[in-house]
Write a protein that binds this ligand. Structure first.
Ligand code: PCA
Length: 220
């Protein structure tokens, strides 16, 4: 940023707890990530409800309010061992558990007639590299699932494709926090570490227009 230019505006979103959990590390990490200055960026946060319908209403309202250049949505992916930067959102809601409003759609298009999928418009591989450079585990993920996180990611990508071409956005799934799994043999990362990773992702997204060309694919 040079003086006189508007700062790049970053909107981070996290989710409320779901599936019987007392906390959702995505929201704690987002709040902590935005709590200190970062590279001259203007950082905003919003907590989204874990409901198919209300999540997009809240995301849209936050985008209207903050006019972001970059949107980084974040959600819990319990069982994953690392920070995963999502590559792709698919046009389907298929609920394994009810959302917080009791909805359990099966094979319902998010946008009827919309593209089958959208790619993230963040530099996902540069973001993964930045998290690793900060000393934390990260990888590219090729599925954000079919629950509310994928719904929000697809909804964001559709908004960008149809109404907000100047905005770039994507989705990051994060592991459980240690306090969620003290009695379960499940991988976890402290929320402060996740916050460090999210700051690395935001700073990298803000300065990187062309993604790294390095293999981060998966065989399954
Ligand atoms: N994770 C869920 C929804 C909310 C969250 O934090 C998901 O991965 O779909």
């Amino acid at each position: 940023m040079t003086s006189g230019t508007a700062p790049t505006r970053v909107l981070f979103t996290g989710f409320e707890p779901f599936d019987g959990e007392a906390t959702n590390p995505s929201w704690g990490a987002v709040r902590s990530a935005a709590a200190a200055p970062l590279d001259g960026l203007a950082l905003h946060t919003v907590e989204l409800p874990c409901a198919y319908g209300a999540s997009m209403t809240a995301l849209r309202a936050a985008i209207d309010e903050t006019s972001p250049d970059i949107v980084v949505c974040v959600g819990q992916a319990g069982g994953r061992p690392d920070i995963t930067v999502e590559r792709v959102a698919v046009n389907v809601d298929d609920a394994r558990i009810p959302d917080s409003a009791g909805a359990e759609p099966v094979d319902r298009p998010i946008v009827p007639g919309g593209p089958a999928a959208y790619f993230a418009t963040l530099p996902i591989k540069a973001c993964v590299a930045a998290v690793r450079a900060a000393g934390l585990p990260a990888s590219v993920s090729n599925t954000a699932g079919t629950f509310v996180c994928n719904h929000v990611f697809y909804g964001l990508a559709h908004l960008i494709a149809t109404e907000l071409p100047h905005v770039r956005g994507g989705f990051v799934h994060v592991p459980y926090a240690p306090e969620q799994v003290t009695d379960r043999a499940q991988p976890s990362l402290p929320v402060d570490a996740v916050a460090t990773a999210l700051r690395a992702i935001a700073a990298t997204a803000a300065r990187t227009r062309t993604d790294l060309r390095v293999a981060e694919g998966a065989t399954h």
